[in-house]
Design a binder for this molecule. Structure first.
Ligand code: HEM
Ligand code: HEM
Length: 175
């Protein structure tokens, strides 16, 4: 096995696209809350995209255990760091949406959604003392930092080491 399975590759890149959307939607939602103008639709779209990330991550771990993965390219300390980052990424991809769900419950927006009443949504400073919200926000920052390090690693392999690592994560099959 020289490459990740096609479905692992598809989920990897789909997760990137969904994360960008969830980040943008979450940021817009936070801005709307600060203007006391958040809408139910704003919450529903953010939750739908965030929940899709969680679903994809669970599916991905199933695919990973069934399809296996290509053997590591090397055994250097950097390869071990990269592997560690992969594991932390999986953990954050799981815990981040869960912290979002806890924010909904403990911040009061869940009740507004169940009642279908936008007037009950948190207003300006409404999330100030909501612990789950702080965790959710912090995990977004952690995720961004990890993805940037992961991306820098991929760039180093592609342009400095030129060892074909990127080809392991593409749909086109190597003969
Ligand atoms: C991996 C997916 C997710 C990402 C990248 C993400 C990202 C974000 C971001 C950037 C914010 C704004 C934080 C701030 O600056 O205050 C936010 C807020 C929020 N997110 Fe998520 N989120 C995700 C999943 C979810 C899920 C699955 C839920 C609910 C089930 C959720 C519920 C919320 C809530 C309730 C807020 C507070 C809105 C506000 O501050 O007005 N998130 N999210
Ligand atoms: C930003 C652009 C990205 C590039 C260029 C990229 C590139 C790659 C490459 C080349 C691999 C294969 C590494 C290997 O064979 O050892 C990989 C694996 C991986 N990537 Fe990305 N990636 C990106 C974004 C992301 C994002 C956003 C996430 C999740 C938040 C992510 C999570 C992972 C994980 C967990 C693995 C390990 C797969 C496994 O062994 O199960 N990547 N990535």
């Amino acid at each position: 096995m020289k490459q990740y399975s096609k479905r692992m590759v598809t989920v990897h890149w789909l997760t990137l696209a969904l994360l960008i959307a969830a980040w943008y939607l979450g940021d817009s939602l936070a801005d709307a809350t600060e203007d006391s103008k958040a809408t139910l639709a704003g919450y529903i779209t953010h939750i739908a995209v965030g929940a899709a990330v969680l679903l994809l991550t669970v599916t991905r771990l199933l695919f990973r255990s069934k399809d296996g993965m290509p053997p590591p390219l090397g055994q250097t300390a950097m390869d071990k760091v990269a592997k560690g980052i992969h594991h932390i990424l999986y953990t954050v991809l799981f815990v981040l949406p869960v912290s979002g769900a806890l924010t909904l419950v403990s911040g009061g927006a869940g009740k507004a959604l169940l009642a279908g009443n936008a007037n009950l949504l948190p207003k300006k400073d409404g999330y100030e003392h909501v612990f789950a919200h702080e965790v959710h926000e912090m995990l977004v920052t952690v995720l961004i930092v990890l993805v940037v390090v992961h991306l820098l690693g991929a760039i180093k392999h592609q342009f400095i080491m030129k060892d074909g690592l990127m080809e392991r994560m593409v749909l086109r099959r190597k003969s």
